[in-house]
Structure formats: C-alpha cells, structure tokens
Design a protein around this ligand. Structure first.
Ligand SMILES: Cc1cc2nc3c(=O)[nH]c(=O)nc-3n(C[C@H](O)[C@H](O)[C@H](O)COP(=O)(O)OP(=O)(O)OC[C@H]3O[C@@H](n4cnc5c(N)ncnc54)[C@H](O)[C@@H]3O)c2cc1C
Ligand code: FES
Length: 272
C-alpha cells in the first residue's frame, strides 16, 4: 500500500538569503505535472522538512512552467522546522512531499482584472501566480500586485518585482517611514482611486490572516470587489497534508485538500 507520509529526500541546489529572516531554497526538478503543460498549479504547497525536526507547508514560488527546478521561500519563525531548514547548506538534503492542495482557480480568473493584495508572508504562491499570468498575459485584463512589507529590507524578490513591472502594475508599501524609502508608507488606501479595474467582474487574492483583514477592509471593499470573487490563501498548522488528520480544519473544510485557496464566501463564517 502507498505510504502518503513518506517524503522524498531532495538535495538543495541553491540557497539565497532574501531578507534577514527569509531564504529561498532551489530544489531540483521533481517530475511534477499538472494540466496545460504546468508542473503544478500556482497556490499549491509542498511539505518540506528535515529528518528529526518535522515538516511544514510552503507554497511553491517558482514559475509553474519551470521544468528544471522548484523554489520554496521559507521565513524562519524560530520554530522547529523553519529553524532547522535555515541551518542547511547547499547540497544538504531536505524531505519533500507534494505538491498538495487546490491552487488558484485559473480558468475563473481568465478574462478578468486581478488584484493581488499580500504581505511578506504571502508572496511565494503569488510569485507563481504572477509568473503564470505573465506567460499568459493576453488572457487577463488589468493586473495589480499590492505588496506590503515591514521595511525596505523585508521586501522579498526585489529583482523579480522589477521584471514583473513590465507586464503588471505593482504597488509596494512599507509599514513606517524609512530613510532609504521613497515609495508609499502605511496602507495604500490613498492610491485606490488610481486602480483601474472593472469591479463588477474583477477578482482578488489575499493572504492572511492579519494582512488579509486589513487588505479586505481598506482595499478590496473600497474597490467594490464582492466576497464571491475574493480568493484567500489560508495558513493552518498541518500534519498529514492529505486530508486524514484534521489538524488543518476550518469549520468542516480541510485547508490541505479543500484549500489552501478558498473563496472568501466559503470561509468567512468560520473565520478566527
Ligand atoms: C498552505 C500553507 C502555505 C505556506 N507557505 C509558506 C511559505 O511559502 N513560506 C513560509 O515561510 N511559510 C509558509 N507557511 C507557514 C509555514 O508553514 C510556517 O511558518 C511553519 O509551519 C512554521 O513551522 P515551525 O516548526 O518552524 O514553527 P512552529 O513551531 O510551528 O511555530 C513557531 C512560532 O512561529 C509562529 N508561526 C507559525 N507559523 C507562522 C506563520 N505562518 N507566520 C508567522 N509566525 C508563524 C508560531 O505561532 C510559533 O510562535 C505556509 C503555511 C501554509 C498552511
Ligand atoms: S493536514 Fe491533516 S487533514 Fe489537513
């Protein structure tokens, strides 16, 4: 019988520090395949870890069309798994299972304007979604990334962001003034009038939970995007990752198999 919990051992190809607490781990191609020539669906996650320390969920952050490698981006929370991952070096091994979960409803997004509101925690799956959108740019309307970080040095994927600017609108903001920062500070409420979308059909994505509620109240509600068209990336502690242990439930939904991407309408009543 297949053992769902048995991970592969995978050698880390490359490690890059993206901020004082965040590292990117480049892993070799895993032979994944998803529909339309993709290797996974943006929004899906893997369970990665270190023998003896456990495993944790991380969104796949590289392009879903990338066949040579897969990236995960790990913030060191000081907990068991992320601390152990941050101690590893290139060519060390990690454990890996997945990809799991549903990912974003890409077909539903087609033909629509898209607003992606995210904080530091939420950029990995959004990076994969942006790569998908750019590869299929003609299928989407106006696209906005609204990305907030605590300080300039905590903005992740800076060089990618500069590349993405050629194809999508990007608005960066930091929490409080900083001598090296000339962009927006605080919430981006003041630039909402500059966001040109068709609010009757536009879709939005959010990561959470903290930044999510702020983004909802301060950006998405004023833009007039209905809850039915808001998609939320939920974060929950996980164990099995495959719908068997109930560690990840919200109400009667399993974040690992029904999510991690939920329609806001589905989950707002069981919000915590
Ligand atoms: C579907 C999904 C996708 C995810 N994708 C990513 C990703 O791409 N990159 C990433 O860095 N993390 C991601 N996370 C969060 C990541 O799984 C957790 O940070 C990780 O499990 C922490 O494990 P740990 O053993 O190091 O810490 P734990 O021992 O579990 O926790 C240590 C401390 O960190 C706090 N903590 C736990 N999770 C978080 C969190 N998400 N943010 C802030 N503090 C936290 C805990 O409350 C505790 O105080 C994702 C989570 C889910 C459910
Ligand atoms: S993590 Fe076990 S049911 Fe979701």
């Amino acid at each position: 019988m297949e053992n769902f919990y048995l991970p592969k051992q995978v050698k880390i190809q490359e490690i890059r520090a993206l901020s004082p607490t965040v590292k990117l781990f480049r892993l070799p191609a895993q032979g994944w395949s998803a529909s339309g020539g993709k290797t996974f669906t943006p929004g899906q996650f893997v369970l990665a870890g270190v023998w003896g320390y456990g495993e944790s969920p991380f969104g796949v952050a590289s392009s879903p069309y990338e066949k040579k490698f897969a990236d995960i981006i790990v913030r060191n929370t000081g907990g068991n798994v992320t601390s152990a991952l941050h101690k590893l070096k290139e060519n060390d091994e990690i454990t890996l299972r997945g990809p799991y979960g549903n990912g974003f409803p890409l077909d539903f997004f087609e033909g629509k304007d898209i607003v992606m509101a995210t904080g530091g925690c939420g950029i990995p799956p959004i990076a994969a979604l942006i790569e998908y959108i750019i590869k299929n740019r003609g299928k989407f309307g106006q696209v906005y990334l609204l990305y907030g970080a605590r300080s300039p040095k905590e903005i992740l994927l800076k060089s990618k962001i500069e590349k993405w600017r050629r194809d999508i609108n990007i608005i960066l903001t930091i929490d409080s003034p900083h001598p090296d920062w000339k962009g927006h500070v605080g919430f981006v409420t003041d630039i909402i009038p500059e966001i040109e979308i068709d609010s009757r059909s536009a879709v939005a994505t959010m990561c959470g939970p903290g930044p999510m509620m702020d983004a909802l109240e301060k950006i998405l509600r004023p833009l007039g995007i209905s809850d039915r068209r808001i998609f939320v990336n939920m974060e929950r502690k996980m164990q099995c990752g495959v719908g068997r242990c109930q560690h990840c439930t919200i109400g009667d939904k399993y974040v690992c198999t029904d999510g991690p991407v939920f329609n806001f309408d589905e989950i707002d009543k069981s919000w915590d």
